[in-house]
Design a protein around this ligand. Structure first.
Ligand SMILES: [Zn+2]
Length: 299
């Protein structure tokens, strides 16, 4: 069973949201620039976009995926669009904890859409995981048994560069160590740190050692390993993560999202090979590729 912990829906609303960040320009002109940069802007029918993701999962023999609403205006749209696929697509919703209305809306939508997780981006929205605003979101996650996904480390949103915004957010703004006291104060909440901490590898390992309720996802190409001092091999990253977190708290993710690329089957293959090279047994690989996530989401 393959269950991907990290796929972005990235429907038309996600790109439309980016256009709202650029002042006084015609959205269609901005869409043109995004298209020229190689991104496809999905059509207005979000259900058709969900069906396209299902076709991508089928083509790559992926059973299930968590699917992210990655901008505030996408939350309701994604919740509704994936409802037809209750055993294939499991939605997570982004909120900016500093926008109280977004947090309240998610609470209200929950009875309808059953989001399985909340996405937090401290670097993007400039907040601390130790703030009262973040605390409120963690309480909401506990209330609805949602996973709290916290993007730590280097954050890059490539589409922003095409429309004249900065694509990179400094890693210093979101450190795994900021999560330790918070995770320990909420032993029943479950936290996921993507990309092995995206540059904060040692801190992520220390966090996993200190908090049994923190998981890592393996998603994307993990390009941060080349900037690490000294550069790390991905096999070493997987081995160390298994030693520290144990096999049960590592979740496979592809970080798919953008069309026309669609599902990143190449990442999936590369990660399977990396695990084989790192000496993971077949049982270990099954755990990482899907079993752990099924257990985490209580499916
Ligand atoms: Zn991602």
């Amino acid at each position: 069973m393959i269950f991907d912990a990290h796929v972005h829906f990235f429907g038309r609303e996600f790109y439309a949201f980016q256009t709202t960040l650029v002042a006084r320009e015609d959205p269609e002109v901005i869409f043109g620039r995004i298209r020229a940069g190689g991104f496809e802007i999905p059509g207005a029918d979000a259900k058709a976009h969900a069906a396209r993701w299902i076709a991508e999962l089928d083509r790559n023999r992926v059973d299930r995926a968590v699917i992210f609403a990655s901008s505030p205006n996408e939350v309701e749209v994604v919740g509704a669009a994936v409802k037809s696929y209750p055993r294939r697509l499991y939605p997570y919703a982004l909120v900016n904890p500093k926008a109280a209305a977004q947090v309240e809306l998610l609470d209200k939508l929950q009875s309808q859409f059953h989001f399985k997780g909340i996405l937090l981006f401290p670097a993007l929205h400039e907040f601390s995981m130790q703030s009262p605003e973040a605390e409120r979101v963690i309480k909401l996650a506990e209330k609805h048994r949602m996973v709290v996904f916290v993007h730590c480390g280097k954050l890059r949103i490539p589409v922003r560069k095409l429309i004249g915004l900065s694509a990179d957010f400094p890693a210093e703004r979101s450190r795994p160590r900021d999560l330790e006291a918070v995770a320990n104060a909420h032993p029943k909440a479950r936290f996921v740190v993507p990309h092995f901490g995206s540059g904060w590898f040692e801190e992520t390992m220390a966090l996993g050692n200190a908090c049994a309720n923190v998981y890592v996802d393996t998603s994307g190409s993990n390009g941060w390993i080349l900037e690490h001092d000294p550069p790390l091999a991905l096999t070493e990253v997987f081995k160390t993560a298994r030693d520290v977190f144990g096999i049960d708290r590592i979740l496979y993710g592809s970080d798919s999202g953008v069309f026309p690329g669609g599902y990143r089957g190449d990442i999936m293959q590369a990660q399977q090979s990396t695990m084989a090279a790192a000496g993971f047994t077949d049982d270990d690989r099954r755990a990482v590729m899907g079993f752990n996530l099924g257990r985490l989401l209580e499916i």
